[in-house]
Ligand binder design. Sequence first.
Ligand code: VGL
Ligand code: ZN
Length: 228
Amino acid sequence: MTFKPALVVVDVQEDFCPPNGSLAVQGGRDIVPTVNELLSLPFPVKIATKDFHPQDHISFASNHPPPNNKPFESMITITNPLNLEETQETRLWPDHCVQGTKGSELLPELDIGKFQHIVEKGQDRRVEMYSAFADPFTNPNISRSNLAQILRDASVTDVYIAGLAADYCVKFTALDARKEGFNTWVVGEATKPVDASALEDVYKEYSKVGVTLIGKEDEAIQKVKAYS
Ligand code: VGL
Ligand code: ZN
């Protein structure tokens, strides 16, 4: 029985955190000590992801005409640019994580030197991409990162996920990790949500598809501590 764990730290970026983030998640910065603890464990693979949008990204409310362009509120329909039959309802956001801006940077208090890979996502202006693996379209898929390839090349069996936000990018990264065939663990106290009332449903979905929510002292973490 092989076990090779990877830690994936999702989108721990300035724009998702107080005090200056445009899409600040309450308490977003407070997860850093826990994330750094995880980074100190002997995970053989450690990856950070970054939301990394062009200024004209489709998820920015500022790129849509009124009245349906209220950040955090308005929903739009995105059509698969390669298949007009496939659509997605998605939320609009304030401008965030624009390539080259301060807001797109990883928090400096993160132990950034421990990451072997930084995976950027959300660069295609035409699609929303919460998952660090791929955009949500399937028929066909429009944009894929190199995350699955990195994990496969390293023969990873188990993916441990921390970061922001629990109800968006962490959620969809975890669901895709499971779909890609990895044993998938989300470290609850190393995440924070945009909307805390959404978490119950997120956790239900996890149990339905076989993603496991864990605490930082749970058996699945003890197994990483014993990894060599
Ligand atoms: C995210 C909203 C928009 C996230 C990214 O990282 O959870 N949320 N873009
Ligand atoms: Zn985004």
